[in-house]
Ligand binder design. Structure first.
Ligand SMILES: Nc1ncnc2c1ncn2[C@@H]1O[C@H](COP(=O)(O)OP(=O)(O)OP(=O)(O)O)[C@@H](O)[C@H]1O
Ligand SMILES: [Mg+2]
Length: 343
């Protein structure tokens, strides 16, 4: 175990990178050619493992796998007790890493998430103490209970994979998956997430209530805890990063890209939205379609892959006239009215 390294900040000041941070920020990519077969088997194993733990919620499991493969972040919006935390814990276990958890509350400060710079009498230097965001898998539970100032501390982390504290920037571990959960918007004591924050989540999903049959299985089998205890890692962060690289290399024909863009543009011209999906959303839509292709065992993306992820990718980013619940309808309308190429 090393004792970390000393670095110089932008103004020449000394700072110390602790070993935990150093270990996490190492380059995880292989540099070799992406192996799509390996990516597909990683995706399948991950999907299988998560489905064994989170029962009766195939949409949420697929959204989680797509987020992992596309290297993006996942928002889970649902009522208490439906398995949000269990899904996050299962993801961390399956990805061979720890879950770093932050509980949202009104007094949470930005530094409670990002970390602080403190003076170390031992080294005589200012030392950065990384906050809980410095982990491969971060669960931000009940994000919308934190005030906007703290929510915005996450913006840079989620988009730029780094954190700036006291004028210095610190790289986050790669891959980096933020799982944000929020209670249905409008509940007492919640601060709605800003559009810019929502746009940084690659996908949004909900879990929903299980069927009576599954709920009976849960109550008979200790709430499904055994399945979580039995879950084995399907890989580690290095293999996860290789999978992200391989997913990015999935072939996208120009008409498929044009189709994704047409869908995004259709949300902008919809008569029932005040804000349509952004170019960031278009990029994310295509990356998610590539991930869906990998999960389906293909080396190229199709318009159907784009359709399969469209609602999870786009609905949460729209401001629909009828409120957030109308987002999925706007996206479904866009899918229904946009001509499909290559058919
Ligand atoms: N679909 C499901 N599959 C497996 N387990 C489930 C499912 N729904 C609920 N559970 C079980 O219900 C319990 C509560 O789940 P969990 O703590 O993940 O809920 P939560 O959505 O995070 O709730 P909160 O919003 O209060 O944090 C756990 O024991 C979990 O295993
Ligand atoms: Mg929970």
């Amino acid at each position: 175990m090393t004792s970390g390294i000393d670095v110089q900040g932008p103004d020449g000041e000394a700072a110390h990178v602790p070993p935990r941070l150093l270990a996490l920020t190492g380059d995880q990519s292989t540099g070799g050619p992406p192996d799509l077969d390996d990516a597909a088997s990683f995706a399948r194993d991950l999907h299988h493992g998560l489905s064994e733990v989170l029962l009766g919620a195939p949409g949420a499991v697929t959204a989680a796998v797509v987020a992992v493969l596309s290297g993006s972040h996942l928002l889970i919006e649902d009522v208490p007790g439906v398995g949000k935390t269990v899904l996050a814990r299962a993801l961390a276990i399956a990805l061979g890493t720890d879950l770093s958890r932050v509980q949202g509350h009104p007094d949470l400060l930005p530094s409670d998430i990002t970390g602080v710079t403190v003076f170390s009498p031992d080294t005589g230097a200012w030392e950065f103490r990384p906050g809980p965001v410095f982990a491969h898998v971060v669960l931000l539970d009940e994000m919308n209970r934190t005030p906007p100032r703290t929510q915005s501390a996450l913006l840079e982390a989620m988009e730029e994979q780094q954190v700036s504290v006291d004028g210095e920037s610190w790289p986050l571990p790669r891959p980096h998956l933020v799982i944000g959960t929020q209670n249905p918007v409008g509940q007492l004591g919640t601060y709605p997430l800003a559009e810019s924050q929502l746009d940084r989540f690659g996908l949004s999903t909900s879990i929903g209530y299980p069927s009576a049959e599954i709920e009976t299985r849960l109550v008979l089998h200790n709430g499904g805890r055994y399945a979580l205890d039995a879950l084995k890692p399907v890989g580690d962060p290095a293999r996860w990063q290789q999978t992200i690289d391989a997913t990015a290399a999935v072939h996208v024909a120009t008409p498929v890209a044009e189709y994704a863009v047409a869908l995004v543009r259709a949300t902008r011209s919809s008569g029932s939205v005040r804000l349509g999906a952004s170019p960031r959303a278009a990029i994310s839509l295509l990356r998610s379609a590539q991930a869906y292709a990998v999960l389906s065992g293909r080396t190229y993306a199709t318009p159907q892959d784009v359709q399969a992820v469209a609602v999870a990718c786009l609905a949460h980013r729209l401001i629909a006239d009828g409120g957030p619940a109308d987002g999925p309808t706007v996206v479904q309308d866009a899918v229904a009215t946009t001509p499909v190429p290559l058919t």
